[in-house]
Design a protein around this ligand. Structure first.
Ligand code: G16
Length: 542
């Protein structure tokens, strides 16, 4: 390998002169036609990172919840985490370097990170079902091979499956077998074992209707179904055979719109869930007998899972430190319930699973979920070993059963990243084990009415935030404005932040009634529009 060859081959993936892209919440994300050079260069970056860490690095081509026309790239670090924060800066300078500066930027990164260029490198590549993903993943592969490194193209996989595979490869398969089949086997075995511990189904319906967002999650869940046998009856819709990816369906649509995906009939008390476009998020929902729609988002999922784990810990007599990690979007009622009723410490981080993941690593058991349904549970090495040892020991039957359940929970959870399939299976297992209907789960606490809106501005970077994105620093006057608006309503809260995946400013508001949450969200949107350079028409009331 030499940089001259890399630069020469880069001509086939030339960067449009002057195009500048920012590394966002989960990597680069924009219209697919602007990403060819970024993919080639992320192939190069993955090789550098692989050489530096002497590990397999993953590159996933996906724009997750964004519209089908967009695309993006997520880089996966050795243990399946998102790319280390320090490397995001390198990713940005590499993606934005003009062709003539490419070799210099590569050399700079290698020097700063003391990368041994002679070291072997290996990159695992995956992609979602977007029409643009195949060519873009070829661009990644071109970058990897231009560097003379090795790769495996895993083709169509969910984002969490690629994270899982990277972790397996780097732990000498201790985490599991590094194939999609290995993933199905590991999860289905843990799920079946866990399910077996339930004496009966109780009132919990076995059928779960799954909205696949017309994406990769649908494809992979179909593939997994034979492994689940009759333990979980899945009825897939928006499975990609007709509709468009993420179009009026999927977890983001359901969460933000607070309504079911388009084109489905919901009978009272049937259980539904929606995945997003790369299957790393999930939300549940149902309608009651008065046709009222109820959403069980990431906050409700975090509560269900942490209650389940806490109860098991009490049963086996382990006092491991557990915490729940949320973001500013967490519903105020969920935080209150976790802190006051469950007595679990709750932490708030900035949006982006990379932030929640790191905070969760500080506890023995860290349950992290964004309200949008993106999350998982992390068990520290000590916690995991303690539980596995305990599950082997001879003891009281009830205690042994609880220890086994904890062990199967560890195996069922994809600890590398939020995973819609894994999360769905753990939720389904818990509902059966606790004999809970989705309504009973929902009734644990009542969400404060809330509303999320988007505002288009000329440059969303004018908004700078602090305090885990709960307060605005710039533009001047915006926070004061929000503070005044919030005072007008009971139990209210509002914040704004620039999105890291879409070219918009996000607005969140909650209050005592839906009408007040809507009004507050609209008023805050107007303040953003006027003080942060809104474009187009001012936001209209809801
Ligand atoms: C990504 C991130 C999530 C984040 C979401 C929205 O999700 O992985 O952590 O919550 O974007 O981010 P933002 O509000 O900055 O646009 P996904 O599922 O789209 O990859």
């Amino acid at each position: 390998m030499d940089f001259a060859t890399i630069v020469k081959l880069s001509a086939q993936h030339a960067k449009p002169a002057g195009l500048i892209l920012q590394y966002g919440t989960a990597g680069f994300r924009t219209k697919a036609e602007h990403l060819d050079h970024v993919m080639y260069r992320m192939g190069l970056l993955a090789v550098l990172r692989s050489k530096q860490t002497t590990s397999t690095i993953g590159v996933m081509v996906t724009a997750s919840h964004n519209p089908e026309e967009d695309n993006g790239v997520k880089l996966v670090d050795p243990l399946g985490e998102m790319l280390a924060a320090a490397w995001e800066e390198y990713a940005t300078s590499l993606a934005n370097a003009e062709e003539q500066d490419l070799a210099t930027v590569l050399r700079d990164i290698s020097q700063k990170e003391s990368v041994s260029l002679q070291q072997d490198a290996f990159v695992a590549v995956g992609r979602d079902t977007r029409p643009s993903s195949e060519n873009l993943s070829q661009a990644v592969i071109d970058g990897v091979t231009a560097f003379g490194a090795q790769y495996h193209d895993y083709g169509l996989v969910t984002t969490p499956q690629l994270h899982y595979i990277v972790c397996c490869r780097n732990t000498k398969e201790q985490y599991g077998t590094s194939t999609v089949k290995g993933y199905y086997q590991k999860l289905s075995k843990a799920f079946t074992e866990l399910r077996k511990q339930a004496s009966s189904y109780g009132d919990s319906p076995r059928v779960v209707k799954v909205d696949g967002a017309n994406g990769i999650g649908a494809l992979k869940l179909k593939e997994m179904q034979p492994y689940l046998q009759k333990e979980c009856l899945i009825e897939l819709f928006h499975d990609g055979t007709t509709g468009k990816l993420n179009c009026a369906c999927g977890a983001d649509f359901v969460k933000v719109q607070q309504k079911p995906p388009r084109g489905i009939k919901m009978q009272p008390n049937e259980k539904f869930c929606s995945f997003d476009g790369d299957a790393d998020r999930i939300v549940y929902y149902y309608v009651d007998s008065s046709s009222q729609f109820h959403l069980l988002d990431g906050d409700k999922i975090a509560t269900l899972i942490s209650t389940f784990i806490k109860e098991l810990l009490v049963k086996v007599g382990l006092s491991l430190k557990m915490a729940v990690i949320q973001t500013a979007y967490a519903n105020g009622s969920s935080t209150r319930y976790l802190e006051e009723t469950m007595k679990v410490p709750v932490y708030c981080t900035k949006t982006g699973v990379k932030h929640l993941h790191h905070k969760a690593q500080e506890s023995d058991i860290g349950v992290y979920f964004e309200a949008n349904g993106h999350g998982t549970v992390l068990f520290s090495k000590t916690a995991e070993e303690t539980i596995r040892q305990l599950a082997k020991r001879e003891m009281d039957a009830e205690k042994k059963k609880a220890a086994k359940m904890l062990e199967n929970t560890i195996d069922l959870i994809n600890q590398t990243v939020g995973d819609a399939i894994s999360d769905m299976l753990i939720i389904e297992a818990i509902l059966v084990l606790k004999k809970l209907t989705v309504q009973q789960w929902d009734a644990v606490y009542t969400d404060l009415p809330n509303r999320q809106l988007k505002v288009k501005v000329a440059d969303r970077r004018v908004i700078d935030t602090t305090d885990a994105e709960r307060r605005v620093v710039t533009p001047p006057g915006l926070q004061e404005n929000i503070d005044e608006l919030v005072k007008k309503y009971r139990l209210s809260r509002a914040f704004v932040r620039p999105s890291g995946t879409e070219d918009v400013v996000r607005v969140y508001a909650e209050a005592d009634t839906q009408g007040n949450a809507d009004a507050l969200a609209h008023e805050v949107s107007l303040a953003v529009f006027h003080l942060a350079g809104g474009i187009g028409e001012p936001p209209k009331p809801l």
